[in-house]
Ligand binder design. Structure first.
Ligand SMILES: Nc1ncnc2c1ncn2[C@@H]1O[C@H](COP(=O)(O)OP(=O)(O)OP(=O)(O)O)[C@@H](O)[C@H]1O
Ligand SMILES: [Mg+2]
Length: 287
């Protein structure tokens, strides 16, 4: 089943006394329920603009966007769409509204008119899902960046969405915070079947997704598995994008004649491949 679908989507920002700026040109993209999609692209390529179409914050200037089978342009769909698609943004401080963690997480379901007993249950479940249950009575302001962002994610989960769109959720976090948030996102996708769209500038994060979509200048330029997308190092660099470091290292060694697989994404796989290569070389020398 498709969770999100963009069909020939065009979008332009209108300015006073200036020509409108076309930001999305012709986006065709279907995101299946339960999938984990990373959305990449250089600054200004239109990622955030597209993300805002997925919960009807923006409506297309041309084409259509569907959430499940609901057209975002139809006003009566706005509210059910916003319940289905939760949005997590870059700065956790802008997303936390209360002085106590559990009150913050309860804020969303309270606004939806969920009965109090069910709110209690939802808040506890959401905090457990992000590993922040033990901090439920703490003040969000005293938490680390990664912990704050996990509380913000819990606040979205408590509204029981089917899909969560995260727009650079780790951009303001330290490496430890990034790891915590990424592990949380992966767990939600793998264990709860949550559809995840992750916008990121970190290639190592994109490598964790099932599918990587690369945007440039308002168009989808690549759309494939992380292995296949990151095999195009040159094309990505021309778009101002990197590949994961282990992938780049293996490609550089391959270019010098060292026989390594072309689909290495993680440091672990890279180390394993190098180890196997070294053992093979030693064997050849002995023979
Ligand atoms: N609210 C807005 N009003 C007018 N123009 C905007 C607005 N938001 C974005 N733009 C313009 O639209 C283009 C695409 O912006 P968008 O934020 O979608 O890109 P992005 O891929 O998310 O970039 P980044 O990686 O920097 O977050 C940019 O040229 C930007 O200046
Ligand atoms: Mg953006």
């Amino acid at each position: 089943m498709s969770m999100l679908k963009a069909a020939h989507v065009r979008f332009q920002y209108e300015y006073e006394n200036e020509a409108p700026q076309i930001v999305l040109r012709d986006i065709d993209l279907t995101i299946e329920a339960g999938s984990f999609v990373a959305l990449l692209g250089h600054n200004g390529s239109g990622k955030s603009t597209l993300a805002k179409h997925f919960n009807a914050i923006l409506l297309p200037s041309g084409g259509q966007v569907f959430v499940e089978d609901m057209d975002t342009a139809q006003e009566e769909n706005t509210y059910p769409i916003r319940r289905l698609v939760g949005m997590v943004l870059q700065n956790p401080d802008n997303q936390l509204v209360s002085t106590i963690v559990e009150e913050d997480v309860a804020f969303g379901p309270e606004n939806l008119g969920v009965p109090p007993a069910e709110i209690r249950q939802r808040v506890d479940d959401a905090l457990r899902a992000v590993g922040m249950y033990d901090y439920r009575t703490h003040s969000p302001h005293k938490l680390s960046g990664g912990q704050k962002q996990r509380v913000a994610i819990a606040g979205i989960l408590a509204m029981q969405p089917s899909c969560i769109v995260l727009d650079e959720p780790t951009a303001m976090l330290d490496p430890q915070g990034r790891r915590e948030v990424l592990e949380t996102i992966c767990r939600l996708n793998r264990e709860q079947g949550m559809t995840v769209v992750l916008i990121t500038h970190y290639m190592e994060e994109a490598a964790l997704a099932d599918r990587v979509v690369v945007m440039e200048d308002g168009l989808v330029k690549m759309d494939d598995t992380p292995q296949k997308v990151f095999a195009n190092e040159q094309a990505l660099r021309q778009m101002g994008l990197d590949v994961p470091q282990p992938t780049a290292l293996c490609a550089a060694l391959r270019a010098r004649g060292i026989d390594l697989p072309p689909d290495i994404l993680t440091a672990e796989d890279c180390a394993q491949a190098l180890w196997e290569r070294l053992q093979a070389v030693q064997k050849e020398r002995k023979a």
